[in-house]
Design a protein around this ligand. Structure first.
Ligand code: MN
Ligand code: MN
Length: 326
């Protein structure tokens, strides 16, 4: 089945025209879609620096330079799958509760007809309604959560739905497969040892930022894949998993993070996993000199889309030939 690809950059310069993700067509311009990229400009759940509401626009701008072939995964993602940009979900900036409901409904709408959704945030609050929608489609999902922080805290100033609490709420709601929950890249000071005890009780395993350094990407990928098997898995990437040198434009930076190269290589190790949804959150452009964070986030989103596209290339019902896994 033919696809409508990005704007041809040999005809229209990359810096010209409106920015959609990777210069892809808008959802309303295509008859069908396999993978949808959507922005959620919401940051009312942040506890420190605000500004992630401008993340989707910033990541789309930074994504102009993405090209249509991914050599490391040997896939032309926009050829093997119809990928489209659904624009931004309009959410209430004054009511977290209403925004959470709006996001859940939008995610269900955007994943109709078997589409897979890759979301650009927005702060990490948005992952809760996105996980609710994923669980409604697939049952409780496994989770790989890239973040400097655990995001399994209880409340902030009495608020239950914030960017520091989505995964505790998700465990409480029974929408996660607690046999296969992993944090990757955590580091930095906590409120107390109890934070880790609670987190372990919820079922999370932790690959710290230091583990990535000491064990290396290959061993980390092995550990994660053993835990995941063939379960449906949701991948949530807080851009602050990267060291502030690689992602200064974010709300709660922590020293000692992984590099963008390490993050991309770990993601490439997920080839063949049953990824059912993904998000990239916490890009706050006001602190992002030289678009460092926007470029990193756009490449991370491109790798997520490419992983999903590979599944269309190799999946049943595809007209494309099966490629050997490498
Ligand atoms: Mn974080
Ligand atoms: Mn987070």
């Amino acid at each position: 089945m033919s696809t409508i690809g990005p704007i041809d950059s040999s005809l229209t310069p990359r810096y010209a025209g409106p920015a959609s993700f990777a210069r892809l067509p808008r959802l309303e311009q295509v008859e069908r879609a396999d993978i949808v990229v959507a922005g959620i400009p919401f940051d009312t759940g942040v506890s420190y620096r605000p500004g992630a509401r401008f993340g989707p626009t910033h990541v789309r701008e930074a994504s102009r330079l993405l090209r249509p072939y991914h050599p490391a995964l040997d896939v032309a993602p926009f050829d093997v799958a119809q990928v489209a940009d659904a624009g931004d979900v309009a959410v209430n900036p004054f009511s977290i509760d209403e925004a959470v409901d709006t996001i859940q409904a939008a995610a269900l709408d955007l994943t109709a007809d078997g589409r897979t959704l890759v979301t650009i945030g927005g702060d990490h609050t948005i992952s809760l309604p996105l996980l609710r929608a994923a669980a409604e489609r697939h049952g409780p999902v496994a989770l790989v959560h890239f973040d400097a922080h655990l995001d399994t805290w209880d409340t902030y100033f009495g608020a239950e739905y914030t960017h520091g609490t989505p995964f505790r709420r998700a465990v409480e709601e029974g929408i996660l497969d607690t046999e296969a929950l992993s944090h990757v890249g955590t580091r930095g000071p906590l409120y107390g040892k109890k934070d880790l005890e609670d987190d372990r009780r919820f079922g999370f395993g932790i690959v710290t930022s230091a583990d990535v350094y000491h064990q290396g990407v290959v061993e980390v990928v092995d550990r994660l894949r053993q835990r995941l098997g063939s379960r449906p898995v949701y991948v949530s990437i807080d851009i602050d998993v990267l060291d502030p040198a690689h992602a200064p434009g974010t709300g709660t930076p922590e020293a000692g993070g992984i590099t963008s190269r390490e993050l991309l290589e770990i993601l490439r190790g997920f080839r063949g996993l049953n990824v059912v949804g993904a998000d990239v959150v916490e890009v706050a452009p006001a602190y992002d000199h030289a678009d460092i964070t926007g470029v990193a986030a756009s490449h991370v989103a491109y790798d997520l889309v490419s992983l999903l596209a590979l599944r269309h290339e190799t999946g049943a019902g595809s007209s494309h030939q099966t490629k050997e896994a490498r």
